[in-house]
Design a protein around this ligand. Sequence first.
Ligand code: ADP
Length: 396
Amino acid sequence: MKILVVNCGSSSLKYQLIDMADEKVLAKGLCERIGIDGKLKHSSLGKPDYDSNAPMHDHTDAIGLVLDALLDKEHGVIESIDEVNAVGHRVVHGGELFSSSVRITDEVKKAIEACNDLAPLHNPPNLIGISACEKLMPNTPQVAVFDTAFHQTMPPKAYLYALPYELYEKYKIRKYGFHGTSHRFVSERAAAVLGKPYESLKIITCHIGNGASVCAVKNGKSVDTSMGFTPLEGLAMGTRSGSLDPAIISFLVAKEGLSVAEVDSILNKKSGVFGLSGVSSDFRDIEKAKSEGNERAAIALDLFQYRVAKTVGEYAAAMNGVDAVVFTAGLGENSPPARAGICSYLGYLGIEVDSEKNNCRGKEVDFATDSSKVRALVIPTNEELVIARDTKEILA
Ligand code: ADP
């Protein structure tokens, strides 16, 4: 069974074709600048890489070019489009309507559309990607895998904001959480690496990349997470502020004469470690600037790590203990100093880092000392594989 995994953004589309027999990635690529001009980067197992600047007026064009690349004699990996048995789509927001992945029907598409208000930048392009695939592969089943679904097990005390309850009833203003596919995957892997039943563990997963969130996974279920109504809440991120005093927004509107949209843009695009350091949103650049003596870069990294560590502490309290803290995504998988910095606050929980073991990148490692009471793990995430596995399971 071959599954095409599609992750559609407003002007980009990432894809992977996975052979479920051995879960090997047969081909993958990225379409960018959809609707502007068009750029495709495609690579296939054992074949030369392929780039194209063919125009992409819309997402249907983009999917068309992806299918052409997959079928291409020189760069492709399949001979007929019928070899693609199903398409799995990443959908960002499933609201309260979806607590697991589903096969896409007209009803499901309407329900995803009903969540557009909650994720105006993400859900509409996700739906466009679904329609484009339906158009070009009308007989191929499609599945939606939601970023929010894993967190639907949070209890009301975790997902409600202390706002008038009517606002929850009227607009569904509540915490949804994101990166659910990743938190689910790495927490399950952590249990496997520890050789213990998933349902018996208290795990805190730190997905720290450009976007960043922490999740408390108790007995295999998400019980709290740091992103909220939108992916802006919680940790400081590459360019996002994370949580702040909401009064700052009205203060800025009054003092700087900014519109709400302008403040929103500051909080989403100009804040986080980028805004603090003034260097970059890329942690590699900031770590380099710090090593060269840039003080603001050092503060940005300190603040970032401090807030991750505080959230881990919160979730250890929420679960009355923790068995393992897991690090994943760009920074979590690749930065020993970031992991060491965060763990330096967690000695009171019983975490002891083995510096030699921590000196690793991009592979599954338990980097706690043998005597550490709580395990500290690096687990590379693989959201595409989860989407493919869910798609396979739903169609079985
Ligand atoms: P997203 O998917 O949210 O865009 P990623 O999970 O790909 O982000 O993470 C991107 C971040 O990971 C970037 O800020 C990058 O600097 C950081 N990163 C990647 N490799 C390293 C590394 N070796 N050292 C430090 N940071 C790294």
